[in-house]
Write a protein that binds this ligand. Structure first.
Ligand SMILES: Cc1cc2nc3c(=O)[nH]c(=O)nc-3n(C[C@H](O)[C@H](O)[C@H](O)COP(=O)(O)OP(=O)(O)OC[C@H]3O[C@@H](n4cnc5c(N)ncnc54)[C@H](O)[C@@H]3O)c2cc1C
Length: 364
């Protein structure tokens, strides 16, 4: 029998940061990961964008979450002696004279702190960039090499034996604690755990304990392109983002598709992204790869953390939508604090806000 304090199911951004946080606090962790090729973390462009969306609003809790995430990834770079996070200016290209006017008008109130720098109302003449209406320089963002980071953490886990590259079968999990005692689970007759945390990403909609949560899979596609005419020292953002990958390559994203959607990359997704990139650059480019992944999107666009309503010791951590890179580190720490009884969950992320959706079992 293998004993652990925490059994973490899923090793994408949510599970990997949580497992790492729990291990750093001295807990015994056992993680399972099915290695799903369509997991969001495997295709993410890794962008940390302080100002997002058509409203040009500061991202939720940006002042706290962005520096926290940056410091966290920097610490992992030191630990693994490998670069993961690149701080880079983001040029938000204005798509029209109207958008330029709206943002200039809003800039009078400057609600964006030091995240927004120069706002330029003419074509700045950036090499290869089509920006006749100008744009805004965003600071304190950048991009994370998500696959490389998760690869490093997973390699560490496999070598040390705390990560099993297997699908976790929820039918084989039994709660073994007598009523009134601290929670304990036995998995597959071979693993004993005090706590189990579901970090399955969009796959959670099929989880027998958590399928009632208001999670919807949202499929996204990205293209990797070669483009010699663009500067690799900046990120571009208009209706698409263009994130440098090194060696003259860039990741262009992303599409958003609600169910029903086709599995894997599509011709439509490719055409949409090629069109958006062509509107952003006059430089020739060639598509060298196309990927699709599924985001775990939540109805109110806020994460979901916290305990199952009726199974002591079983909890959930995820629902990061399109913002996993910036959310995961701080929420892993919050989740670990809460699991240790040292903090309350923030009301905006606590899954208790959806308690009314839980279908109380007939005997419960
Ligand atoms: C196209 C695209 C582009 C994106 N770009 C960005 C970006 O630029 N910046 C950003 O911040 N975010 C981005 N995102 C969002 C980001 O990827 C997600 O927010 C984040 O990766 C979600 O992490 P997760 O761990 O919750 O889920 P996932 O990454 O889906 O991980 C879940 C893991 O659980 C495993 N799993 C599931 N079920 C089981 C089981 N039963 N047993 C064992 N393992 C299991 C899966 O194999 C997977 O590894 C993007 C997403 C997509 C799709």
């Amino acid at each position: 029998m293998t004993d652990c304090d925490f059994l973490v199911v899923g090793h994408g951004l949510a599970g990997a940061t949580l497992a790492d946080e729990l291990r750093r606090r001295g807990h015994q962790v056992l993680a399972y990961d099915a290695g799903r090729p369509d997991s969001a973390s495997r295709v993410a462009a890794g962008l940390v964008n302080p100002v997002a969306g058509r409203r040009f609003a500061l991202a939720w809790r940006a002042e706290e979450l962005i520096p926290y995430a940056t410091d966290y990834y920097r610490a992992l770079e030191v630990r693994f002696k490998q670069p993961f996070f690149t701080a880079a200016p983001i040029f938000k290209v204005f798509g029209s004279a109207q958008e330029q006017a709206d943002i200039v008008a809003r800039s009078a109130a400057r609600p964006w702190g030091d995240f927004v720098g120069d706002i330029i109302t003419h074509d700045p003449g950036l090499p290869g960039v089509t920006a006749p209406h100008g744009g805004a320089w965003l600071h304190r963002g950048g991009y994370l090499a998500v696959a490389e980071l998760l690869g490093a953490l997973a390699a560490e886990g496999r070598a040390a034996g705390w990560l099993r590259p297997e699908t976790f079968d929820w039918e084989k999990l039994v709660s073994s604690a007598p009523a009134g005692t601290s929670p304990a689970f036995v998995y597959n007759g071979t693993v004993r755990a005090r706590h189990v945390v579901c970090c399955e990403g969009a796959e959670s909609i099929n989880n027998p304990y958590f399928s009632w949560l208001p999670l919807t899979p949202n499929q996204g596609e990205v293209l990797d392109v070669e483009c010699a005419g663009l500067d690799a020292g900046q990120v571009l953002n208009r209706s698409a983002y263009v994130v440098p990958l090194g060696g003259g390559r860039f990741r262009v994203g992303a599409t958003y598709r609600w169910p029903p959607f086709a599995e894997g990359p599509t011709a439509d997704g490719r055409a949409e992204l090629v069109g958006r990139l062509a509107a952003l650059t006059s430089a020739p480019f060639a598509v060298v790869a196309q990927r699709a992944g599924v985001r775990p999107a939540v109805r109110d666009r806020k994460p979901l953390l916290g305990p199952h309503p009726s199974v002591p010791g079983l909890s959930f951590c995820g629902g990061y939508g399109s913002k996993g890179v910036v959310l995961a580190p701080r929420l892993a720490a919050l989740m670990a604090d809460w699991l240790a009884g040292r903090a309350d969950l923030w009301p905006e992320v606590s899954l208790a806000r959806y308690r009314a959706l839980w279908p109380v079992p007939a005997n419960g």
